[in-house]
Design a protein around this ligand. Sequence first.
Ligand code: UDP
Length: 344
Amino acid sequence: MTKRIVVTGGAGYIGSHVCVELLAGGAAALVIDNFSNAHPEALNRIRELAPGDLEVLERDLADPAQSEDIISAVRDFNPDGAVHLAGLKAVGESVTEPARYYRTNLGAALTLIEALDAADAKNLVFSSSATVYGDRNESPVDESGLTGPTNPYGRTKLFIEDIVRDIAHSDNRWRIVNLRYFNPVGAHASGRIGEDPNDIPNNLFPFIAQVAVGRRDKLQVFGGDYPTPDGTGVRDYIHVTDLARGHVAALDYLAAKKTGGAVDINLGTGKGVSVLEAVAAFKRASNRDIPYDIAPRRDGDIAEIYANADLAQKLLGWRAEKTLEDMCADHWRWQSQNPEGYQS
Ligand code: UDP
């Protein structure tokens, strides 16, 4: 039977790549998105890359006035399960507007859970984050690592994990995977879909890409005196296509799983890369200069975190395949072909 999957936030950076992988594999997708941080053009590009059964519902999952509508649309779609990606994701903004983050991220998750319950489609893949680990673990960190996010955004991710654990505990028909993403970067190899930040990018790769393309003068490297090999922060960057395939693998795992429950799974490469290594790799891929200054550390940043990704290999049969060179080349192809993002 063809899989029918609800994808909340399906027009966004990760969601658009998840949709392409689902559709390419013959699944049908219902995207629910309010386009608050996504562009409708992404849907045209998804259709172009992976023609198939793609439906779109423009709604705000966090708005109680829209929930009845959403619940009935999900029921009508008759899904097998869902990938939940919709939510706010800017760490700094979450510190200044915590109430909005809690209402939006928790509200959206709860509405989706109600809709899946009503549709009797109790397979759920939730977009969590390595940020739930905070700064309390030695790397490589596995899923038994201590949790303790250091900002409201990260706490919304951990709270939703807790909520779905309670739900799985209350009703053993629920089968749930919390995917703890490390640092998603890159773009579809076609250059047609990619990350299109609204404002000044918070994250390293979109910022580097905008410097390379000439939209920004120089990169600020946040901290040059961390206890890492070159003094700059170390992260586990993962190609967004590998990440998207991890969602498909998680859905397949849930479909085949005999028992209910919620499980946490890291999606990373298992390899740490410093800011300066990332800059050097991007410079090679783009053949552009990437001027930078060493700036003070950014509040709340940690020196180093990268994944132990063995559980994903064991349970999902998934592992990251793309290299740092692929991430940079594909990110650059997207950025150079779409210098102003989807409105180019
Ligand atoms: N970073 C940086 N300059 C920037 C953005 C990020 O030096 O303009 C560094 C940041 O300090 C961290 C790494 O790049 O060491 C990854 O940051 P990002 O915000 O992309 O992801 P995080 O792991 O912090 O969620």
